[in-house]
Design a binder for this molecule. Sequence first.
Ligand code: 6PG
Length: 236
Amino acid sequence: MRVIAHPSSEILSIGAAARIAEALASAPGPRASLGLAGGSTPRAVYERLRANRIEWGAVDVWLSDERWVPADHEESNGRMAVESLVAHIDAELLRPRWSEYLTPADSAAFYEADLRRIMPDGVSDVVLLGMGADGHTASLFPGTEALAETARWFIHNEVPQLDTWRLTATAPMIQRARNVFVLVSGESKAGVLTEVLEGPDGVHPIQLLAHAAGDVVWLVDEAAAAGLTITTVERP
Ligand code: 6PG
């Protein structure tokens, strides 16, 4: 695992886009797979990614989590990914289905079947993640049932603290990825980032990454890295 601190969120976005492009280019198969994170931090990274030299026609793009909202809803991670990246590149985004006639459980099951078609071995070349100030990642929130899932790749998750349902990649799906990049920006994340990286294991959901099989690289800005000891952090 590596932790790379960047002087600003803008430099973080540039550096992250370059590392994602590099990881996609080194994918072993004829096609690469890229799981996109939701939330607000990745938007600037996705806008940078448009300019990187990536053979998008050979990349399968999916979502590491989604809110239980219509596809065009302002809270949709898929909508954010389309607006900031996918609408500007030669690739399709594989999105979970939402319908008032579907349950979150059925939608997650359908999506997992879709993922099994593009990644038969369940190993994504790249998975992007964010981190909440409560230590969640994807939609694996503290105290929620999906945290305990050990077989499914993608699952529905009731999040009482948000009074909502989410769809999310599971810990095993994330842990199998060849490359995981965690995008963390801002002073609001500094406290929990220090707990996650330097505190006891098994406290925060995102610490599932301690048991990842592939390369995990934390791409953070100095504001988020403020509490980390010097030995933890690399500076490009
Ligand atoms: C979501 C995300 C979630 C996000 C973190 C950080 O659907 O919200 O997948 O895991 O990455 O909450 O969000 P910010 O980047 O907005 O701080």
